[in-house]
Write a protein that binds this ligand. Structure first.
Ligand SMILES: [Zn+2]
Length: 329
């Protein structure tokens, strides 16, 4: 082939590739029909810096497919790769929920927004998060918040600021943010759909003080809790918020470390005590839950034995059908 022939082939193949891509994204007109869903897909179950760096477990959050709502919660840096591996059509997303502005919870959001908004060509989808993610020194660019005017792109999401206790309705599903205690502004939530209630704790502390053989200690004293005889003071509002949910996704992080910022599996059974929770998923695992030994099943066993509530450790790629909790409602 001479230069002219190569040039012609490249022109034609490039034209065709762009046309194909435009059909898929920029000129997309809708989504395939979706049956009302009732599932959780854990896209990535890791948390904290070591999991972000090593992606073990992946830091990608989870997808809720509930009724007509298809929402990705807390997409960390592994979200885009997880979407490819799990064959997720990001163009079907109705909403992206960011609980707080830490990298393991938001850093994948901009990529997902490009998918949700069909390569930034469609005005569609909701972006939910705390005010400090969007204002002053925004973690999500103004472009990805929908200010695409100067760029030549017309698309983008609608931004909704989360407020404690202020319910948001999306496609017949109600989401009520619940304040979490973890540093910056941060919200878990309770989701309700036809009587089904699902709770997500987000990252939050729970134990405030605990009994030891030498007296009561505060979790403000950083460190690993070894001498633990029981919880003395705790976050009553967190316990109350998730008391009546059917399914709870709890960001535990570890068994007995970083308790000043996380529930831990020392705290979770106490949170569950006296609740209506029918199933709890342990999520947001630190590296020390996997290396050098995988402790996740043991952590779930501890929670189940201590609380009497079925507990399961979430794994990357785990899809859980929650239709059983919709029955008879
Ligand atoms: Zn965090």
């Amino acid at each position: 082939m001479d230069k002219a022939e190569i040039d012609l082939i490249l022109r034609e193949k490039t034209r065709q590739a762009i046309a194909d891509s435009r059909c898929k994204w920029r000129e997309r007109t809708g989504c395939p029909a979706k049956l009302p869903g009732a599932s959780i897909t854990f896209m990535g179950t890791g948390g904290n810096p070591e999991a972000v760096i090593g992606q073990r477990p992946r830091t990608a959050g989870f997808i809720l497919d509930i009724g007509d709502l298809y929402m990705w919660v807390d997409p960390g840096p592994g979200a885009l790769q997880a979407a490819q591996e799990e064959n997720i059509d990001m163009g079907m997303l109705d909403a992206i929920y960011i609980s707080h502005g830490h990298i393991d919870h938001y850093a994948g959001a901009e990529c997902l927004i490009e998918g949700m908004c069909w390569a930034m060509s469609a005005r569609r989808g909701l972006l939910l998060g705390p005010r400090d993610v969007f204002e002053d020194h925004p973690l999500i660019s103004e472009y990805h918040q929908g200010d695409t005017g100067k760029s030549g792109y017309a698309g983008g999401p609608e931004v909704i600021y989360l407020e404690n206790g202020k319910a948001i309705e999306i496609k017949g599903v109600t989401i009520t943010p619940q304040k979490a205690y973890h540093g910056s502004e941060n919200y878990g939530f309770v989701l309700e759909y036809k009587g089904f209630r699902l709770g997500y704790t987000g990252d939050t502390n729970y134990i405030r003080t605990y009994r030891t053989s030498k007296g009561i200690r505060s979790v403000e004293e950083l460190g690993i809790i070894m001498d633990f005889q029981g919880i003395e003071e705790y976050r009553q509002d967190i316990k109350d918020a998730y008391r009546d949910v059917d399914v709870l996704i709890a960001n535990v992080t570890t068994h007995n470390a970083w308790t000043h910022r996380h529930i831990t599996t020392l705290g979770l059974p106490h949170l569950l005590e006296g609740s209506q929770v029918r199933k709890v998923f342990l999520n947001h695992f630190n590296y020390c839950c996997l290396e050098p030994e995988d402790l996740r099943e043991t952590m779930a066993r501890y929670v189940e034995i201590t609380s009497g509530i079925p507990a399961r450790a979430a794994y990357d790629g785990l899809r859980v059908d929650v239709r059983e909790f919709l029955k008879g409602r």
